[in-house]
Design a protein. Structure first.
Length: 570
């Protein structure tokens, strides 16, 4: 199979017979505004609030910590003391977490219990005071804590480079922790405590600040940490890469353009473009210079068509302008241009005997003996999207020329030429148990309308050719484009145990020219190990990958590090 290099002069002559298209176009390579929009609904944030607590580690080790004071003149009985804590662990239980979209910001609230070790797995406290020393087993009963803060998001443009900027508001921390929560066993703590009390000291007063100081220290670090996590995660929304599809290369670009936060949900909008650097010679004469443009207003945040199940968590809106530009770019690069001859392997010989399948014996006198034949496609118009049909996505193909050449008088002559109009259907089917996203393509002879455009030698057979073409479509054309429209499957990734559990697709917007995909999130068993058949990993499917710190994206829970770091007090 090879792609044809059709003579530009011949194409120019053919193009004279084509009617001028009176339609609005997006110039080739232009940036399409609001190409892709992602909505997260309040129900989606509520689900995240349910799932994210499971991502917080149940136990975190406390590094060794300690301090000492030699006392007056270096004598232990003149105010000297020392202590150290080892084998410490912070145990965390989150009882509630919520992320609620407000007007212009997200409200983050969390309540949880923090404990330090337990009676069955204590920490070890060494102390020395007034020349007395001992080692105790210790633990701290679970005490309640809450945090409350806001998250604001905006898109910044620095020298043409767009990025998401997250701003964490003031963090309000409250907790209740007292000496009565601290338990020390297996040591003469009472005697030492009495001695320390005489000097105005308390072993409990030494322990309490360890926890309290680290809580406050963690809170100070929480804001910059979560800002960085959110910004790094959303940096993946900026894409600039080359997509290769069946030998045609196109440049794909996506960049965030705006973030809108409303009580109805959060919307991240992205501008996008898809382009080819050069027009393929096989379509140069037909290139209108741009893709179909049908601008329309975006559906409102959190709105969905009536047929979509209520309570969905994520919504994706694809502009038909962006989809049409992608199809136009691949067409412009020559994706639908093919030449096949007897060297091709499509299951049947490429000979003049194929004409018998189309028109019986009409061409038998012209080719009494079987001869090699050449079949060429001549795509005269870029495919376009149609969201209004029975399938999730319709791909409308018009004026796809199909030409049959045979040898007459020692030259290759055009025997029959047809224009094909077809509507291919594409359905997206998610298996929530496995994470496999099936992309099922429906295209058969019944979907194709043939029109004979050239039949100089047997014009009376044109009706028979049109009537019989659908019966031989799968043999003649299906083998050519089967690699492009064959069923595909992608393995979707899960993130820290949760992922997409259901997916519904529907046209959206007043004019139905947005493709809406509405998904639910839940805990899932699948991991996602990569792209399936036709996976297109070069397009960045990255199934099974995990963004650094993804589980802490909105969460962080600074109190987790209450026992993680000891900042020595001078």
């Amino acid at each position: 199979m090879r792609r044809p290099l059709l003579a530009p002069a011949a194409l120019a002559l053919l193009s004279l017979s084509l009617p001028a298209a009176a339609q609005d176009l997006n110039p080739a390579g232009s940036m399409i505004g609001d190409a892709i929009n992602v909505d997260v609904t309040p129900e989606g944030f509520a689900k995240l609030g349910e799932l994210l607590p499971a991502l917080v580690p149940a136990s975190v080790e406390i590094p060794y910590m300690g301090d000492s004071y030699d006392g007056a003149a270096g004598q232990c009985w003149l105010g000297g003391y020392a202590y150290s804590v080892s084998n410490g662990k912070v145990n965390i239980t989150i009882s509630d977490m919520s992320l609620v979209p407000q007007e212009g910001y997200l409200q983050l609230d969390a309540t949880f219990l923090i404990a330090v070790n337990s009676s069955s797995d204590p920490m070890y406290l060494y102390y020395s005071a007034e020349c007395l020393d001992d080692t105790c087993d210790g633990h701290v009963d679970a005490f309640p804590a809450t945090i409350s803060t806001t998250i604001a998001l905006q898109v910044l443009d620095s020298g043409g480079t767009r990025s998401l900027d997250a701003t964490i508001g003031s963090i309000n921390l409250s907790y209740s922790l007292s000496s009565s929560d601290i338990h020390l066993d297996g040591c003469a703590i009472g005697t030492v405590e009495d001695v320390l009390n005489f000097f105005g000291l308390s072993i409990y007063d030494l322990i309490l600040p360890l926890v309290q100081d680290q809580l406050n220290s963690a809170i100070n670090d929480f804001g910059p940490q979560i800002e960085t996590l959110i910004e790094d995660a959303f940096s993946q929304a900026t894409i600039e890469q080359t997509v290769d599809l069946n030998g045609v290369s196109a440049n794909l670009a996506l960049a965030p353009s705006a973030v809108e936060i409303k009580p109805a949900g959060v919307r991240l909008s992205m501008d996008g473009s898809m382009s080819t650097s050069e027009v393929a010679p096989c379509v140069a004469a037909y290139d209108p210079g741009g893709s179909l443009s049908t601008p329309s207003d975006l559906p409102g945040i959190g709105t969905a068509p009536s047929g979509v199940s209520p309570g969905y968590h994520l919504g994706l809106l694809l502009s038909d302008d962006f989809g049409n530009q992608a199809l136009y770019s691949l067409w412009r690069g020559g994706l639908l241009c093919y030449t096949i001859d007897d060297s091709a392997n499509i299951g049947v010989p490429i000979t003049t005997d194929l004409l018998g399948l189309l028109a019986g014996d009409s061409f038998k006198e012209l080719f009494p003996e079987s001869k090699p034949m050449i079949i060429q496609t001549r795509p005269k118009a870029a495919p376009t999207l149609d969201f209004a049909g029975e399938h999730d996505v319709g791909i409308d193909v018009t004026q796809l020329g199909l030409e049959f050449y045979g040898e007459l008088d020692n030259r290759q002559a055009l025997i029959v030429g047809l224009d094909l109009d077809a509507l291919a259907g594409v359905d997206l089917n998610l298996d929530g148990a496995t994470g496999n996203l099936g992309i099922d393509v429906a295209l058969s002879g019944d979907d194709v309308i043939p029109t004979v455009t050239d039949n100089e030698f047997e014009p009376d057979a044109s009706g028979d050719i049109e009537a019989s073409f659908s019966g031989v479509f799968d043999t003649l054309v299906g083998s050519l484009i089967g690699g492009l429209v064959g069923d595909l499957a992608f393995a979707l990734p899960s993130f820290d145990g949760f992922g997409l559990s259901s997916l519904e697709v529907s046209p959206a917007g007043p004019s139905g020219d947005w493709l809406g995909a509405y998904a639910s999130l839940d805990q899932v068993d699948y991991v996602g190990s990569g792209c399936g058949s036709g996976g297109g990993c070069s397009m960045g499917c990255a199934a099974g990958s995990k963004a650094p710190g993804a589980g802490w994206l909105f969460l962080g829970i600074p109190l987790v590090v209450a026992g993680l770091r000891r900042r020595r007090q001078d």
